[in-house]
Design a protein around this ligand. Structure first.
Ligand code: BMX
Ligand code: ZN
Length: 322
């Protein structure tokens, strides 16, 4: 039996044909074109992608057990709607109903992207075998997913688990959500990029030498790797950026550990590609921020396992529990 899991992002729509063991047997992606497409057009693109995947693999679309979609924003899984996703201009959008009509597949489910990723990690990834886990994704934003007793915790209205929007710096940097000082503004790749640029400007103003400018991306832009790479090359200013970033990450993760004490706390998203370079300095900082450290067994803090596939696998899993 096959399901299709769809990871709907602001830039790309990635989808995979997933088997009973939650392995992706075939994967394909298309651009989202979020800026120029309406919600209906994006849904039609998802339907086309599902049809393409079935055609390429010789699977009859009507024989699919389910389609699951991981979407950014506030998702109401019960209603099958995306209530609000600013980067996709979805507003109270009946995504599942429309996709049912467009594909003829009756079992269509949706969940927040990071919630789905957390579920994917819990089923076959870094938190496999546990009942209680928390995941954050360090990408454009900070996504969050809480798995309690084997189920994603969504709150009574579907809007829970927005872990990126807890304030860790009162009156800090304005966030797209309307608050100030959200974890997302400090823990995301975008936050790290902002801190890197600030440090470069500070060095330029003070006439201080830094090698940060030598580690830009292909397009000549600062990216999430710039500070880490310059630090590894021995640059002191870059180390200050990474240390500052890690201290914010530790504060945010420490808050979450104090609330949830999950068996596994996993970290995904672009920045998690740093692997041990991120984890080894981060874990002791988090321990210092964790209540009762030294007296209780600490949660395992790990890099997420499924990489970019977590959303697809978690979305496909939605169909088997609903
Ligand atoms: C934002 C929020 C979350 C999402 C997170 C990660 C929207 C549209 N998105 O905090 O729902 O999980 O970003 O998103 O409100 P990413 O773009 O970093 O993957
Ligand atoms: Zn916010």
């Amino acid at each position: 039996m096959y399901r299709i899991g769809v990871d709907l992002g602001g830039t790309n729509i990635a989808a995979g044909l997933v088997d009973d063991n939650y392995a992706i047997v075939y994967k394909k992606s298309v651009p989202t074109d979020a800026a120029t497409r309406t919600s209906e057009e994006i849904t039609a693109a998802i339907a086309d992608l599902c049809r393409d995947i079935c055609k390429d693999t010789g699977v009859d679309i009507r024989a699919l057990d389910a389609i699951g979609i991981a979407s950014p924003g506030i998702v109401n899984a019960e209603k099958g709607t995306v209530e609000y996703a600013n980067n996709l201009s979805f507003r109270r959008f009946p995504l599942c109903d429309l996709l049912r009509q467009m594909t003829g597949v009756t079992r269509v489910y949706t969940e927040n992207d990071a919630n789905a990723a957390a579920m994917g990690e819990a089923v076959v990834g870094a938190a496999k075998g546990t009942r209680n886990s928390v995941m954050i994704t360090l990408g454009t934003g900070v996504g969050g997913g809480i798995v309690l007793n084997g189920k994603v915790y969504t709150g009574f209205n579907g809007a829970a688990g927005e872990l990126g929007h807890m304030v860790i710096e009162k009156d800090g940097v304005p966030c797209t959500c309307g608050r100030r000082g959200c974890f997302e503004q400090y823990g995301s790749a975008s936050g790290l990029i902002r801190m890197t640029k600030e440090k470069m400007a500070e060095c330029a103003a003070k006439g201080r030498d830094t090698r940060l400018g030598e580690f830009l991306g292909k397009s000549g832009e600062v990216n999430g790797r710039t500070a880490f790479e310059a630090m590894r090359a021995g640059d002191a200013a870059a180390k200050e950026v990474v240390d500052r970033y890690l201290s914010y990450l530790a504060a945010g993760i420490g808050n979450l550990i104090n609330i949830f004490q999950p068996e596994v706390f996993s970290i995904g998203g672009g920045i998690s590609n740093e692997g041990d370079n991120l984890l080894l300095p981060l874990v002791p900082l988090v321990r210092k921020e964790s209540h009762g450290d030294g007296f209780v067994e600490p949660p395992k803090i790990v890099i997420a396992k499924l990489r970019n596939d977590a959303g697809i696998i978690g979305a496909a899993y939605l169909g088997s529990v609903s």
